[in-house]
Each structure stands twice: as C-alpha cells, then as structure tokens.
Design a protein around this ligand. Structure first.
Ligand SMILES: [Zn+2]
Length: 156
C-alpha cells in the first residue's frame, strides 16, 4: 500500500482496522436542569413557548419554531401515551439479551414531546399503541441524574 497523496478519486485506498472514537455528550443547560430535577425531585420539567403554544419535553432553551429564548419552566406530568413500541432482543453491541425488552416512545401528557424508554409490568402481547402509562422512578438513593432514573413506564 502506498501512502502517497491520492489525487485520483477513482483510485481509492483501503485501510483495514479498528478506529477508536471516544466522545462525551453533554446534555446542555436545559438538559442539565431536567436531569437534576428528575434526580433530586422526581419531576419532569418542560419549557413552554407562549408564542407558539408549544411545550418542549425534553426541555429546550430556545423555541425550535420561532427561536425565542424560553424561560418559562413548567412541571410536566409523569404520565403519557405509548406512541409506538418494539421488542428489543439485542444490546447496543449486538449481543443477545437474556430477556427481550419492550421499548416505547411515550408522548408525555400536556407536552408536545416525549421520551424513549422501557415498558415494564406488561408483556409484548398486551402492549398497545395509545395505551396510557406512567413513569416508575428508581428509589431516590439510586438515581444518578440520567434518563435511567426512570426505571420504566407501566400501564396506568
Ligand atoms: Zn416559539
């Protein structure tokens, strides 16, 4: 293999190997406040744009529709509706899970947003789009300030 600069796009170089890519994802100011409030108070926070009458959960610092700065924080419900769901049988590395996990997108009540999370206390055959669910939080002593502070959502 030659390491000379290739100026001909038809003569591609191929390098076989692994490329390590480490990264850190920060939640931002709004996400930080959301996760700390979830951890410390067990509440879901959202931001509201009065101009658009749109409630963001997860919260945003700026309205994605009209670009206004959002400083009206509201406590959102911890209930919602299953918008869609699937049964996951592999982890993010492609390894088979010992037990499949029900995962859903849950639209949080009285907001225009939602979260992707596990469904618990229900089997796949009983899960339905449109079913009402509520968040089950981990014990406060076990919360770490992440979405995993929600153990799962379960039918209301
Ligand atoms: Zn707006």
């Amino acid at each position: 293999m030659s390491f000379d600069k290739n100026t001909n796009p038809l003569k591609l170089h191929h390098v076989i190997g692994d490329m390590e890519a480490d990264y850190i994802y920060t939640p931002g100011i709004a996400g930080d406040k959301f996760f700390k409030t979830l951890r410390d108070e067990g509440k879901f926070l959202a931001t509201h744009c009065e101009s658009c009458d749109h409630t963001y959960l997860p919260p945003r610092m700026y309205c994605e529709r009209c670009f206004l700065k959002l400083d009206k924080w509201i406590e959102a419900e911890s209930t919602g509706v299953v918008d869609t769901f699937t049964l996951v049988s592999e982890d993010s590395n492609g390894d088979k899970l010992t037990e499949p996990v029900l995962v859903a997108f849950i639209r949080i009540d009285k907001t225009n947003g939602g979260v992707i999370h596990k469904l618990g206390g229900i089997d796949a055959e009983s899960a339905k789009v449109g079913m009402k669910v509520k968040a089950v939080l981990k014990d406060k002593s076990k919360r770490t300030g992440g979405l995993t502070d929600i153990a799962h959502f379960t039918p209301q």
